[in-house]
Design a protein around this ligand. Structure first.
Ligand code: GLY
Length: 569
């Protein structure tokens, strides 16, 4: 009897252990495939909104518009109507990839010395906090352009889920509670922002219902009057009023004059893949291209995703690519971007010659620069959508820093971006992400600031197989590059590729960043012995991706670093 009990106990324990191991493995290895639609965003609420649109007969473009507005409500650290972004589209009808630029622009009153004091020094925080840090928002015009060119549902219906989320509220998640609490002091500076995010002296807690009536009214105006509901009339009056009160520069003319731009995507091959990504004013596509093309000839047989030799090679390649980023790139309507030259194979062959596989290079010998800024944030958000017809949207948008300029437009309920900091506010001086820039990215009226956002679509033999992108400031490009390499060269599953600990080098500061807790001491020591200055960074960036197999079945993955969700049906 005792023995029987013991055996039952043993088998129950074994079953329990198998269940736990199974669940743990499931989250990383079992990929669920879907035939009809797939959405991956940084918010489970927004993912559900996107799926509902698809199920209601909308296409991927409709869903992307609804997600964009929903994230503006339920993911305010980066989702927005007060910022801007970029999107790549694959149209099943034409078989073509197109790229939309709805990046913010500098106001007409902006000038290249606007953040400098009388001695030519950079005024601390001037390009980061408050109204003067904001560029003219492009998001509403961008989402409207998507709907106009590709959408199948009524504009108003695409805003309905967001209006409801703002008007009747949604339940605050643990993740949202944590980011809000972390930034509580900064969100308390402006009374308009306090009124939304720090009501009664505290930021919203997990489990509370968070209602945003003024934002609901703004979205309602956009729903009724499309772009006029934002760029002219009451919302525009509220934005300009906010500028006047807080010494900002955006005028009615800036708002009514804002235009999106269609751009030719960056295209290059990597192994047997055709990679399409965002051209300037994002540096994302061309720097991603440089990284992957520089690394392509190397034989990976002796590398693993964790091997110090691979991490070293990756860092050396990035050192070269980011050195080019600082000098050559800016808004193509203002600066010559030598894209063909930067991706030219003879040029990349010559650059590759300086890579030493045994020892770290010296960034100051490659170019010039100034010391690292200590405070960095890696905000922005990316989402992907695919529908049954085969259409794909890969969209990144941002208010730059977490919660942007920290200034809410009084009466309109949304945060303004602090994207002006993505300009080189003074050539050679590092921005929020430690990136330095030059003349190509200096401030000028109506100019778009250089970005790192890298919405990407990858094709194989003429069919889309992957769509991805990330948050992470300057670390966006390396995050996307690592994921593509992990999939193409290490054959990791999509989820494993996304969850793998990250590493980053951006030329200046001359530092190899390793994600904290992701690499053991032997790996770090090996990299230090190669001459790298190694620093650990808390978990950064936030990748959302989808993959399509040979049978047109879709699987998605959302980064656990920021609590997003991939789902399909
Ligand atoms: N604001 C971050 C980026 O556009 O790269």
């Amino acid at each position: 009897m005792l023995r029987e009990k013991y055996l039952i106990y043993l088998s129950l324990s074994a079953a329990f252990i198998l269940l736990i191991v199974g669940l743990a493995c499931d989250s990383l290895t079992v990929e669920k495939y879907h035939a009809h639609g797939l959405v991956a965003t940084s918010s489970p609420i927004a993912t559900a909104v996107g799926l509902e649109v698809l199920k209601d007969g909308g296409n991927a473009f409709d869903a992307s518009v609804a997600i964009g507005f929903a994230l503006a409500v339920c993911y305010p650290r980066a989702g927005n109507v007060g910022g801007g972004g970029f999107a790549l589209f694959y149209s099943a009808e034409t078989g073509e990839v197109s790229a939309l630029d709805f990046r913010e622009t500098a106001p007409a009153k902006a000038d290249r010395e606007m953040y400098l004091d009388k001695n030519g020094g950079v005024v601390p925080n001037a390009s980061l906090i408050g109204a003067k840090a904001a560029g003219v928002p492009g998001t509403v015009a961008g989402l409207h352009e998507i709907s106009k060119r590709y959408g199948s549902l009524e504009w108003y219906t695409l805003l309905e889920p967001a209006i409801k989320l703002a008007d009747t509220g949604f339940i605050v998640s643990d993740c949202m509670e944590q980011t809000l609490a972390r930034l509580s002091d900064k969100l308390s500076v402006f009374p308009e922002t306090r009124a939304v995010f720090v009501r009664n002296g505290t930021t919203p807690r997990s489990g509370e219902r968070f209602i945003q009536k003024e934002l609901a009214a703004t979205l309602e105006r956009i729903a009724m009057d499309s772009t006029d509901g934002f760029y002219t009339s009451e919302t525009a009056d509220l934005i300009v009023g906010c500028m006047e009160k807080n010494s900002g520069l955006i005028s009615h003319d800036d708002l009514s004059g804002y235009r999106v731009k269609w751009r030719r995507p960056i295209h290059f091959t990597f192994d047997s893949l055709d990679v399409y990504s965002m051209p300037p004013p994002s540096s994302g596509g061309v720097i991603l291209g440089q990284i992957l093309k520089l690394i392509e000839p190397y034989d990976f047989y002796k590398y693993s995703p964790d091997s110090p030799d691979y991490i070293h090679l990756f860092a050396e390649v990035c050192r070269l690519a980011y050195a080019d980023r600082a000098v050559h790139l800016g808004d193509p309507d203002f600066a010559q971007n030598p894209l063909n030259e930067l991706l030219d194979s003879a040029y990349l062959d010559s650059r590759r010659q300086v890579i030493n596989l045994e020892a770290a290079g010296n960034s100051r010998e490659i170019g010039s620069g100034l010391p690292e800024q200590t405070e960095e944030s890696e905000s922005t958000t990316h989402f992907v959508v695919a529908d049954e017809a085969g259409n794909i949207v890969s969209l990144s948008y941002t208010i730059n820093d977490d919660y942007g300029s920290k200034l809410v437009v009084d009466g309109a309920g949304f945060l303004l971006n602090n994207e002006m900091d993505d300009f080189a506010v003074k050539p050679g001086v590092p921005n929020l992400y430690g990136l330095v820039g030059g003349k190509a990215n200096e401030i000028a009226p109506a100019k778009r600031m250089l970005s790192s956002m890298s919405p990407t679509i990858v094709m194989k033999k003429g069919r889309p197989v992957l769509a991805l992108g990330s948050a992470g400031g300057s670390k966006i490009i390396t995050t996307v590059a690592e994921a593509i390499i992990s999939l193409a060269r290490f054959d990791l599953s999509l989820k494993k590729a996304i969850e793998h600990p990250r590493f980053h080098h951006q030329w200046l500061p001359d530092t190899l960043y390793l994600e904290r807790g992701g690499f053991d001491i032997n790996i770090m020591q090996d990299l230090i012995s190669k001459g790298h200055i190694v620093k650990e960074r808390d978990r950064y960036s936030d990748l959302n991706a989808l993959r399509i197999d040979d049978n047109s079945l879709m699987t998605g993955a959302s980064d656990s670093r920021r609590c997003g969700k991939a789902d399909g049906y």
